[in-house]
Each structure stands twice: as C-alpha cells, then as structure tokens.
Design a binder for this molecule. Sequence first.
Ligand code: SF4
Length: 412
Amino acid sequence: MIYFSMAHLLGTDRSQLLLLPESVDDYVGPDNPVRFIEAFVDGLDLASAGFERVTAKETGRPGFDPADLLKLYVYGYVNRVRSSRRLEAETHRNIEVIWLLRHLRPDFRRVNRSAFRQVFREFVILCRQLDLFGRELLAVDGTRIKAVNNKDRNFTRRSLAKFIREADEKLADYMKRLDESDADEGKVGGDTGPDGRGGDLAEKIAAIKGKRDRHKALLDELDRTGEDQISLTDPDARAMVRMTKVGVGYNVQLAVDVKHKLIAEQEVSNQVLDMGLLAPTAAAAMETLEVKRIEAVADRGYFKIEDIEACEKAGVTAYVPKPIRGPAVAQGFFSKEDFRYDLEKDVYLCPGEHVLSPRHFGKSRDNVRIDYVNRDACKACHLRERCTKSFRRVSRLENEAVLDRMAARLAA
Ligand code: SF4
C-alpha cells in the first residue's frame, strides 16, 4: 500500500508483511539478459576453450566452477561493472547475480582471462547463427587501452638517447670538477679526503654512471630487437596517444558489423598508429563472418595506400577519407585535391588550368613516385603566390589508382 502525504510519495511501510515471490527464479523475468548469459556460458566447451579446473578435483576443498566465474565476468562486462571488488559486492545484493550464481559468492580473482578470446569467438559464431550480422558493412576503429606499465617505466629510443647524452655531459662536468679537487688536494689548505668535495663527487659520478649504463643497455636492447620503445613492467605495451594524452597501453582494433553494431572481430596490437591495420582487421572479420567480400569504413587515421591496396586484394571495399596534409598544405598553398588527374593522358590539370606532365621518377617507401611539373607555366602564373614558391610539383604514386577508386566511391 502506498501512502500519500500532501504532494510526496512515501513508499511502502517497512513493517508491513508482503506476499513476495517464493523463489529467486520468480524475480528474474523470462526475457532478462542473465538468462541468456547462463544459456550461453552453459553451452560453451570451457575445457577446449582453455579454461582450467573445468573438472572438479576429486579431493580437497571444492573450488568454484569456472563457468560460474565466467558468468559473473560476462555479467559485469554487460553491465559495465569492471572491478572484482564491485562484482563481489553484487553477489551479495543484486538479485540478478544471486540468481545467476545460485547464491555463490566467489572472490573472482582466479578467472582465466587468457581463454577469453575463444569465448568471444564462440559468441560471434552464435550471433552469426542467429543471423544477427548484416555481413555487408563493417566500421573499423581502434581504441587505446591502458596497460599496467607506468609512463616512467617506458622508454623510447629518443628518451634513452637524450638521457645518455645528458648523463655524459654531467659526467664530463663532474670529472672535470673531480680533477680540480684532486689538484686542490696537493695545495696547502685544499679541500681533500673521502668526506670532502672529492668524495661527494665520486659518489655522484658512480650513481650517474650506473644509471647511464642501465639506459645504454636498454638502448642496445632496442637496437637488437629493432623496436622503437621498451616497457619494463608490461613489455608489450607502448606509449601512445589516448584522447589528447600520452599513456602506455595497447591499441585494440575493432571491426563492428553495422546491422546491430555487434563486434565481429577484435585484435589487440601494440602498434602506436592505426595506419596499416585496416586490411588485417577487416580481413579477419570477413573470415569470422564467412564472407568473400565486405565494405569497410574507417577514419582518416587509416589512410595508407598499401593498406587500401591490401583491402582491395582481400575483397574489402574500403572507405577512408583522405587526410589533407603535406608540405604544400602546411605552407598554405593549394592542396593536391585542387589538381585534377587525367587518367587517359596521364597528366594533372592545375588550378590555373595548365597541364602538368610526368617528369621525375623516384621512390616513396616501397612505391614508385612520379612528379608532375610545368615549370614554364608556373613562371608566368598569376596564382603562383597561392601555389608555390618557385614551381609546383605534384607527386603521384604508381599504384595511386587504388586511392582514386576509393575517392570516387567516397564522393558517390
Ligand atoms: S603555379 Fe604552376 S601549378 Fe600552380 S596554378 Fe600556377 S601554373 Fe598551375
């Protein structure tokens, strides 16, 4: 019964006897997602997915079934409860969790996270069987996940070289002062002895030298592995930009099927930039979705000719907008987009309606680069101030048609 007092609701009288449902099951409706979590986890072959302790030991204190731990973990994931402590609290007060775990209250620290990838795959297969994927269009993007590694325990080639350089300068300065101190020792009334200035300097030198040697060893390790960074706590983690800040973490690539916005593929990488990761992510999603062709959209961060080419080869029709960048744009000149390429004649038409022809051949990474120019036209051009300082050179890669095709798709 609800009592009213003026305009405020008072709720139910706590001492009033109520006819509550008799079983926990009655509190969980037939459409409650926890029923799906239970059915899904119970349908998994956890042993072959790599979970430990799937079969209970015959002796000793009974442990928790990994299926129950996984149910709790999935429940936490779906409801955005990440911490073990908070999940444990839910086992005491949350009727859905009480239902899901049958009043069990695991401390949740022993869940086998390494087997989760297989659980994810099983979930994707189930979604596919239920026809929840459109399998026509993917949205690919990366998200940065923080690692355990502190920023102070991550070193780049540059930061190591800088430290070594500064340490060398300091050492040279201390050595000079130590020499001066030694010279003083010989003079009457000079500052001498182990407790004097010379002793302090020797200690400082030893400390800096020790640090310098450790940094040099890290730099040698980078030279040996060919990597650009080294992380001491979490060796695979890399310093990368997350939102606007630099943190040490991972770059998780996600391919989302747009029909119901379900994740079709995820891959953890330590590549700092997304560039180059479109084709591998989309191709892996195609395999999971069992399709031969698919369309994929991604942001400018994925714009890389080799990757777009690899997409075409893999059957992925990519849509990636071209970033407006380059030295000409940086100087406020016309961008390359202001020049029209004529495929038949293999020339560019510039904003001043002059023809730029192929003149120089060079290399850009692994691609052949062709420069298009028209020096004479530039000399007398009324647009020159907006285009170039001397004469304009427009570069085109030999395989750039792949980008033209994508630009046409995007325009359409
Ligand atoms: S400066 Fe040269 S390339 Fe630029 S608009 Fe003039 S003629 Fe064309």
